[in-house]
Write a protein that binds this ligand. Structure first.
Ligand code: GRF
Length: 214
């Protein structure tokens, strides 16, 4: 199935309508420090990724990802969820959808967003919500996947970019990078190597999605 973003119809003299590729418009959603968002931003700024970040949204007031966005001059929005910890109430998720739609976002990029996504977002952006997870899915879904990998004694783990569905880390896999475990690894050292891999993988996947749908 194809997504149809990145195209703009322009009526020209002579009456033909020509399609010009335009940069893909991203909406970023995160709860934490935003290092993946930072990597995406650097790829855009260096010309490696033809995209624009239209809005950065967080469910955590004061999250580092919001500071990063403000420093870069990107609009931000904070969601206040009074009832639940692991998801948004339907009315707050509808607010999220309105903000993304107002920003005319083509692709919703979850970058360290710590809640399960529900129908309002998935129905408004079908096959247009992606996530990065710190393991080789389907292995080690859920929290602290690097610690799960270490405790399981596997030889390699990694990171995965996938489409988001209503499950936890269950959506269709788009791309993965392997990260071998090394002797003496601690949860912290392994997590740091996985994050370094994420910072290459996420911009590369977004670039590929943009290219495929031109
Ligand atoms: C990443 O490790 C990602 O895999 C997970 O959340 C973390 C977010 O880190 N989904 P950051 O906020 O991008 O630094």
């Amino acid at each position: 199935m194809q997504m149809a973003f990145g195209l703009e119809s322009v009526a020209c003299a002579g009456s033909n309508v020509v399609h010009h590729p335009v940069a893909m418009r991203l909406g970023i959603l995160g709860s934490g420090k935003g290092s993946n968002f930072g990597a995406i931003l650097r790829a855009i700024q260096s010309g490696d990724l033809e995209a624009t970040v239209e809005i950065v949204i967080s469910d955590v007031p004061g999250a580092g990802i919001l500071d990063l966005a403000s420093t870069a001059g990107i609009p931000t929005h904070t969601l206040i969820e009074p009832r639940y910890k692991s998801r948004l109430s339907p009315e707050v998720e509808e607010e999220l959808v309105r903000v993304l739609q107002a920003a005319k976002v083509d692709l919703v990029v979850l970058a360290g967003y710590m809640r399960v996504v529900k129908a309002p977002l998935l129905e408004a952006f079908p096959r247009r919500v992606i996530n990065i997870h710190p393991s080789l899915l389907p292995n080690f879904r859920g929290l602290e996947a690097w610690r799960q990998a270490l405790e399981a004694g596997v030889e390699k783990t990694g990171c995965t970019v996938h489409y988001v569905d209503s499950g936890v880390d269950t959506g269709e896999i788009i791309s993965q990078t392997e990260v071998p475990l090394i002797e003496g690894d601690t949860p912290e050292s392994l997590h740091a190597r996985i994050q370094a891999a994420e910072h290459h993988l996420y911009p590369a996947v977004i670039r590929q999605l943009a290219k495929e749908n031109r």
